[in-house]
Design a protein around this ligand. Structure first.
Ligand SMILES: Cc1cc2nc3c(=O)[nH]c(=O)nc-3n(C[C@H](O)[C@H](O)[C@H](O)COP(=O)(O)OP(=O)(O)OC[C@H]3O[C@@H](n4cnc5c(N)ncnc54)[C@H](O)[C@@H]3O)c2cc1C
Length: 542
């Protein structure tokens, strides 16, 4: 099919004009004394949410242009993706043109490019190519590609064979998987070299390695391997950024070696998105802090040796300025519940919450009853008292890029299975793969994966350069929603067998559902992080 990158460029430019125009209008209406006012912005949440989603896609499409220049298939994927983004914008704006500040004919002359990019022939051509090979070109440097291959083989040999059993029986992650990954150095990927890890210190390479490895392990299984690196990354980053030298020396080398597993205890039954409201308290008593209250959804909290606990050390009125971050040490427990009497007094009692997917990691509700944590476990010491919120949020920012990589792994796994099934299955006497609709679905999967991947790589580059917080949030939001569609359609292509537990694709679908909920629920990410930044930029550029 004859399409050119210029067609994509024209379309993306038209989309960008709409996004910038709507952002400028919303920014003006949400400003109070030159700053974005959340209450004013919230009066237009419907527009703000849509604008955030669309802006994430348009930014991904802009990043795809460089990918599109790398080869023929890459061009086709880029043009088709640009058409898809434009169609998505049109659907969101229809009937709401006034709020968006656009005319009915907003595409103008770009309508010609739009039609070419939306043509069924283009999708058919892409479908044809990906049916022959579901491994889309990545254009990684050799060293990263070698690391990718190594972790892919590990996922194929060790993770995939146990993934179904762990999921179906909600079992623990086998110790051999954890020790195997520790031997491969996975837990040290984001810990700096001086603390026993492999990170060069927040370089592009560090973030790229994390993305590439996470994708491959998540392709093996989200619950058994792809999420193991998330919590050491979050706790490790908080310690690197804010820990005292003693804390860094004590914990980071063992985290890097995979000797200490980590959990993150932030969410509470009444406070998830609204982190500033957290109630679990840590009250100073001599050389200890006494922790009381209930944390929930603490993933890997049983197996973990260290919990990164965000607790209230100030008054409730201090909101986010009254929170401090602690490292809580505990023994590792197998299974779905545990009770632990602390070495220095107090108790924690926990039970895992049954979930539809993401099994293996087990997410716990943990009740702290007078649990005594040594004062030296306050991250950063007294200097960081009541400053834990900032450390935690900073640590979460990288976690978002990692979650995008987890979404990529799930999408790639589902896509590969869909290609195999479509080629093998005959319906009405012909291969499923020969139908136009099947090929169009596979084509859309392919360009969504390619776009999310490219955007994730770009976000890694930006984070390595000390920028990219907005992009990391955008790629998380976009990829996690894309993963729902890709896994859903892959399941659908499998017909009845897509609903059978013995087919991995049924697991991919339930696993994908969690991605838009944790690490920043999608609506919170859109309305409190992405759109805010966009409006601030719009105000700054006038
Ligand atoms: C499997 C799993 C694992 C998890 N692992 C961890 C973990 O390891 N550690 C940890 O601390 N937490 C963890 N979480 C918790 C997760 O981070 C929270 O569930 C998430 O932050 C949302 O909080 P909530 O569940 O309280 O939902 P709520 O905050 O009650 O949100 C409910 C709904 O309201 C929407 N919403 C929120 N704010 C707004 C707004 N201003 N306007 C409009 N809509 C809004 C949300 O997007 C959501 O759709 C995990 C959750 C799950 C499901």
């Amino acid at each position: 099919m004859d399409v050119t990158l210029d067609q994509a460029r024209t379309l993306i430019h038209a989309c960008r004009t709409v996004v910038d125009g709507a952002a400028t209008r919303l920014a003006a209406d949400s400003a109070r004394e030159g700053l974005v006012d959340v209450e004013l912005m919230d009066r237009e949440q419907v527009l703000a949410y849509d604008l955030s989603s669309v802006a994430s896609q348009v930014t991904a499409a802009e990043e795809m242009l460089a990918y599109g220049a790398e080869g023929e298939l890459e061009t086709l994927l880029t043009v088709a993706f640009a058409g898809d983004v434009a169609a998505g914008i049109a659907a969101r704006m229809q009937g709401r043109e006034a709020a968006w500040g656009v005319e009915d004919e907003w595409l103008g002359d770009a309508i010609v490019q739009f039609r070419a990019a939306r043509s069924a022939e283009l999708l058919d051509d892409i479908g044809d190519r990906v049916l022959a090979d579901a491994n889309l070109p990545r254009h990684l440097p050799d060293d990263l590609d070698m690391a990718r291959q190594t972790f892919r083989e590990y996922a194929d040999d060790k993770v995939r064979p146990v993934a179904e059993q762990v999921h179906r029986n909600d079992e623990d992650i086998p110790d051999e998987i954890i020790s195997g990954l520790a031997e491969m150095g996975m837990f040290g990927l984001s810990i700096p070299e001086q603390f026993g890890g492999f990170a060069q210190g927040e370089s592009e390479d560090d973030f790229m390695s994390m993305v590439v490895v996470t994708e491959e392990l998540s392709r093996g299984s989200l619950g058994v391997a792809g999420s193991l690196i998330t919590r050491p990354e979050i706790v490790g980053r908080a310690l690197v950024k804010g820990g005292t030298p003693e804390q860094q020396a004590k914990w980071l080398p063992q985290i890097a070696a995979g000797e200490l597993m980590c959990g993150v205890a932030v969410t509470e039954p009444d406070y998830g998105s609204d982190v500033a409201g957290l109630k679990v308290s840590a009250r100073r008593d001599g050389d200890f802090y006494i922790v009381n209250g209930v944390k929930t959804w603490c993933t890997f909290g049983g197996r973990a040796n260290l919990l990164g606990l965000l607790a209230r050390t100030g008054s409730a009125g201090d909101k986010h300025r009254g929170l401090s971050l602690f490292v809580v040490e505990k023994p590792a427990f197998a299974g779905h519940q545990f009770t632990h009497d602390g070495e220095h007094g107090g108790r924690m009692e926990a039970r895992a919450i049954g979930t539809i997917g993401y099994r293996g990691m087990h997410s716990f509700e943990i009740s702290f009853d007078g649990y005594r944590v040594p004062a030296q476990n306050l991250v950063g010491g007294e200097e960081k008292l009541n400053k834990g919120f900032y450390l935690q949020m900073d640590a979460f920012a990288n976690g978002r890029l990692q979650t995008a990589a987890r979404a990529l792994g799930l999408m790639q796994a589902a896509f590969e299975d869909a290609v195999v099934y479509a080629n093998a299955r005959h319906v009405f006497g012909v291969p499923l793969a020969s139908y136009q609709l099947t090929r169009a679905k596979l084509a859309r999967m392919a360009f969504l994966i390619a776009a999310c991947r490219r955007f994730a790589y770009r976000s890694a580059q930006l984070l390595g350069a000390g920028e990219g917080q907005l992009e990391a949030s955008m790629v998380k939001s976009f990829s996690c929603l894309a993963a729902e569609w890709v896994t859903r359609e892959a399941q659908q292509i499998h017909g009845g067998m897509g609903y059978a537990e013995e087919y991995a694709v049924s697991r991919y679908f339930v696993d994908a559902r969690v991605l838009s909920i944790f690490e920043g629920a999608d609506e919170t990410l859109a309305l409190r992080v992405i759109i805010r930044r966009l409006l601030e930029q719009a105000l700054a550029t006038g």
